[in-house]
Write a protein that binds this ligand. Sequence first.
Ligand code: DOR
Ligand code: ZN
Length: 348
Amino acid sequence: MTNQSTITIRRPDDFHLHLRDGEMLKLVTPDSSRDFARAIIMPNLVPPVTTTAMAEAYKESILSAVPSEHSFQPLMTLYLTEDTDPDDLELGAKSGLISAVKLYPAGATTNSDSGVKTISNVYPVLERMAEIGLPLCVHGEVTTADIDIFDREAVFIETVLDPLRKAVPGLRVVMEHITTKNGVDYVRAHEKDLAATLTTHHLIINRNHILVGGIKPHYYCLPVAKREEHRLALVEAATSGDPRFFLGTDSAPHSTDTKENACGCAGCYTSVNTLSCLAHVFEEQNALDKLELFTSVNGANFYGLPLSDQQVTLTKQNQPASYLNTVGSSEFNVTVFDPGFPLYWHVD
Ligand code: DOR
Ligand code: ZN
């Protein structure tokens, strides 16, 4: 399958993606549908996607933003609130529309105000999910002011996630966009019903990229990038082939002006160049043979989806790929993630 300059893999899936709605949805959807077969779509719209009927309508809008020459399947999620109706959720899951439920602790990130304040209030819903085998995708950060932002993931694992998994045995959990060695170690220590997604950007940046030499708002995302030792643990996990780790880009578009702002939004927009970035990262680890597991196999297996029968080829060229710095128009645009190194791997 691989030699030095070409790699052919099953068409990747993105197990954590923000497509937004309205003009932004139209702008960014083709950047994902070009390279990806399927994606788990995050429900943090305004208002959030909290019911099966809302998810159905959202899926239709996404499909109408997919160019006719692309084939792309949005996998819908529901935004968990303390009012989520377990019967609605079960109907949505059984009809095949709903692939997962997303837990945002209230206040953790973009549009998370309607998230969960008291986790035990949602245990009945989580029990129903365990019964029917519907995965819970977790934004794993505590949100209280007394916990330092760089510690929020590690504290969440100890004080919320571990008790939650013990309270609801059999619940299938995906720790979304883990950013710490603590997250990697927690997944490794628990064989059953647990996996984690890793983003493209957290495999590339550490916290210095955000703060050294001036504030770089386009590297600001949540959970915030941590120390280099944590990035190295994430790279090791992604390139290990371990079936519990897979790609969820968390590509999260915000218009450039809302990022370059006195109170800048959190999110990196990586849909455009993710595959080139990942090929670079995996090649550096001599792990190109594990790329397909990470992008196209492990996640599908965890979610019980058939593997894609289409393929994508990447070739390493002498000239870097010429990705745009921004997508959109001069009035409304999104800045594309800059990995900080030239991308020699081109998607054919
Ligand atoms: O950086 C992020 N952006 N992290 C999230 O959890 C949410 C996302 C967004 O929706 O903008
Ligand atoms: Zn996200």
